[in-house]
Write a protein that binds this ligand. Structure first.
Ligand SMILES: O=C(O)CCC(=O)C(=O)O
Length: 328
């Protein structure tokens, strides 16, 4: 199979706030960070400890018979389980108690107290465990948005998507592969909203998604204790190589009013972006009133106009810049 360009995510060792802000953050590109202190969680969070300290509060989890969870075509169920029961189930390969099949896969993305209004915060939902987790102080306290628990069965793969906030994902236990794509390659990802239609990124259906091979693939494997900085708008896809526990922290790097107030997940388009997308829809509806040859002509002119007014650098330049990254 024809494969696209594969690049390694750069690794930074012994990162403190100063080196993060000087060497990593301004590049606005993904980076693996090692040697960042995140508290005692990496030593303490065994399955038994999580079950005991996390308690039996109900959590809503994703359950699927297949390892690749597909949000767009919903191949999973939402089910509610006591947290301790969930953790033990997610850690086992075969289940005596199950919803779909004895080999089903589990995924928890923790939610706020009122999931439609409040962002997740480990401190509020799991105070007994939050004591063991120390949020890296790489941003101002006022920029904090959410702190999300992520627990996956071995083999679980999460669909490719972007978020609108900057993100530090801390891998506490288990190994996880992370694949990322640049926002500048969005045109090759067959998007439906914030998610890619291409579910199997390792064996994509190239008849349906012929341009997917043009997307530059950035890849890394996180070991326990590793962090990855995922800048806002970078697409990411995760694959749990082992049962794994992670925590991610989203923060706002733009003024608060830029973000949609009704967004507890950190993935709704910025207010101005949503307005621009709506205006595009209106423009497209206006084009429908034209005969096909005129519609085609004006659509092409609109694309050129948008490119010349709004692209920050031509696509070829963006590709060129990345050839300096290390190929896999
Ligand atoms: O680690 C995972 O399971 C997914 C992480 C993710 O999607 C995120 O941090 O935004």
């Amino acid at each position: 199979m024809e494969v696209g360009l594969r690049l390694a995510v750069p690794v930074f060792e012994g990162v403190d706030k100063e080196t993060f802000l000087r060497d990593v953050y301004p590049r606005r590109r993904p980076a693996v960070l090692r040697g960042v202190s995140v508290g005692t969680c990496c030593d303490r969070w065994t399955v038994d400890y999580l079950a005991e300290r996390g308690g039996s509060k109900d959590v809503k989890v994703h359950v699927s018979a297949e390892p690749q969870m597909d949000f767009l075509h919903k191949n999973f169920l939402y089910r509610t389980l006591p947290f301790d029961v969930f953790v033990r189930r997610a850690a086992e390969k075969k289940h005596a108690d199950f919803f779909i099949s004895e080999e089903e896969y589990y995924y928890l993305r923790s939610l706020g107290e009122d999931p439609r209004k409040e962002p997740a915060d480990l401190q509020k939902q799991f105070p007994g465990l939050a004591e063991d987790f120390c949020i890296p102080q790489f941003f101002q306290p006022g920029q904090f948005f959410s702190c999300v628990f992520r627990i996956s069965s071995c083999g679980l793969q999460l669909w490719t998507h972007y978020d609108v906030m900057d993100n530090l994902l801390v891998q506490v236990s288990g190994r996880k592969r992370v694949v990322l794509y640049s926002p500048q390659d969005a045109q090759y990802l067959y998007l439906s909203g914030d998610k890619s239609e291409v579910l199997d990124i390792d064996n994509p259906d190239l008849e349906r998604f012929p341009d997917f091979v043009k997307a530059r693939r950035y890849e890394c494997v996180l070991d326990p204790g590793d962090l990855i900085f995922i800048p806002a708008l970078w697409f990411h896809n995760t694959l749990a190589l082992q049962f794994g526990v992670g925590v991610n922290v989203f923060w706002r790097h733009l003024p608060e009013e830029s973000y949609d107030k009704r967004d507890p997940y950190g993935n709704k388009d910025l207010v101005a972006a949503a307005r621009a997308m709506q205006a595009t829809e209106r423009a497209l509806r206006a084009l429908e009133d034209l005969p096909p040859d005129y519609r085609d002509f004006y659509a092409r002119r609109m694309v050129l106009h948008i490119q010349s007014r709004a692209y920050s650098c031509p696509q070829e330049e963006a590709v060129q810049r990345d050839y300096s990254a290390q190929s896999l």
